[in-house]
Design a protein around this ligand. Structure first.
Ligand code: HEM
Length: 370
């Protein structure tokens, strides 16, 4: 006689396991605390980007580990192993293309998240530290893009890195050290690939995990900022809890982003160029799309010459990041309503428009050069 355990026995076993863990780590209290976080003013679609970013990162880590099963980080095998992933490994083309489009999604969502917290005035007291840690996370996201770009070791990878490192070289005092450290030689080679690989798969993921944990801890300590309009009484009356409404919105956000990345991976899979060589031939080097605006900025006449290139490539972006870092400390006005903060609103529109215009003109320029 076959014996199938009854559902009630299974439930009891599961309950026993939960009770066992709960007794030791206070699991139920932890889950209750996480789910019962009050969201003042109610759940909003605008709040989904932070959770979506965490989801994208987890998926990047999973697809990245799977890619590492096949990828060989050596100058003479990186290109061939990437070709192998694309053409021989079952669904390898999808895996690599998902990882590629996932990085794009992360950059888009990080811009959306910064815009949301900026427009909502969520960087103001008492959330200054959440904002500062967020800026470090932004640097890490861009660092992932820059270091990952080299790994396929095709002409695009090689030349984008060459241009990127040359730009860093222009930083006074430390530029030469950074460039020499990253390149590890006169031209990009095995040392460069090894260093970019280690930074991409070990240093940045560890830094992101640590800082994202700190970001969430600080967020939980300060509590969500909530909407920028409404009296405290109105917000209190509309308060939701993280579960169920906000969590469902977050899940819908994650599912939408997942579907978009899958669709892009399917319709626009990664295609490699020729294997990397120190001779660009008729290839015009250019960085990944999210650095294109900077690349285009450097083409302006006012940024020509050694000094101009330094100002455009390092001084201006550096000053802009420094301004963002001190923002919560110089903007002490507790007003969070963006329609009553004209300087912030105009500033945001100008920066976004500039990034968009420079990116589009870089793309048009590329079509022209091609
Ligand atoms: C990998 C990058 C990041 C991850 C995974 C992340 C994750 C999160 C999460 C899960 C939250 C809580 C809920 C919400 O989405 O509002 C949050 C809140 C917040 N984040 Fe981030 N974040 C990242 C980058 C950034 C950046 C670049 C900034 C700004 C420079 C930033 C500033 C903030 C602020 C100020 C809050 C509080 C929002 C509020 O109270 O309404 N974060 N972040």
């Amino acid at each position: 006689m076959s014996h199938t355990p009854s559902t009630s026995t299974e439930t009891t076993v599961i309950e026993k396991v939960i009770a066992f863990v709960d007794e030791r780590v206070g699991l139920k209290l932890l889950v209750a605390k996480m789910l019962n976080e009050p969201v003042p003013g109610g759940s909003r679609w605008a709040y989904v980007f932070g959770s979506v970013l965490l989801f994208i990162f987890i998926m990047q880590a999973i697809t990245g580990v799977l890619l590492m099963f096949y990828y060989v980080p050596t100058a003479d095998h990186a290109y061939a192993s990437t070709q192998y992933i694309l053409h021989d490994v079952d669904y390898g083309w999808f895996l690599l293309s998902y990882h590629f489009w996932g990085s794009t999604a992360m950059v888009v969502c990080v811009f959306a998240h910064i815009s949301q917290v900026f427009l909502w005035g969520a960087y103001k007291k008492p959330r200054e530290l959440i904002w500062l840690v967020g800026l470090a996370l932004f640097g890490i996201v861009m660092g992932f893009g820059f270091t990952g770009y080299l790994l396929p070791w095709d002409q695009r990878a090689y030349w984008a890195t060459t241009v990127g490192v040359e730009i860093m070289d222009k930083t006074p005092l430390i530029g030469d050290f950074i460039a020499r450290f990253l390149k590890g030689g006169a031209t990009p080679g095995q040392m460069t690939l090894s260093r970019f690989f280690v930074i991409h798969v070990m240093v940045l993921p560890a830094a992101l995990m640590g800082l994202a944990g700190l970001h969430l801890f600080l967020f939980r300590s300060a509590g969500p900022a909530g909407p920028f309009r409404g009296t405290p009484e109105e917000l209190k009356a509309k308060t939701d809890y993280f579960f169920p409404r906000q969590i469902w919105k977050d899940i819908v956000g994650m599912a939408t982003v997942f579907a978009c990345i899958c669709a892009l991976a399917f319709w626009e899979p990664v295609v490699l160029l020729e294997e990397a060589t120190p001779d660009p031939g008729d290839y015009h080097p250019e960085p990944e799309w999210y650095f294109l605006f900077l690349f285009q900025l450097l083409r302006l006449k006012m940024f020509s010459g050694e000094l101009g290139q330094f100002v455009g490539a390092m001084a201006l972006p550096g000053a802009f990041m420094a301004l963002l870092a001190v923002l919560p400390f110089i903007d002490k006005d507790p007003e969070r309503n963006i329609f009553k903060r004209p300087v912030a609103l105009i500033g945001w529109v100008v920066v976004m428009a500039a990034i968009l215009i420079f990116t589009i003109s870089a793309i048009i320029n590329r079509e022209f050069l091609d």
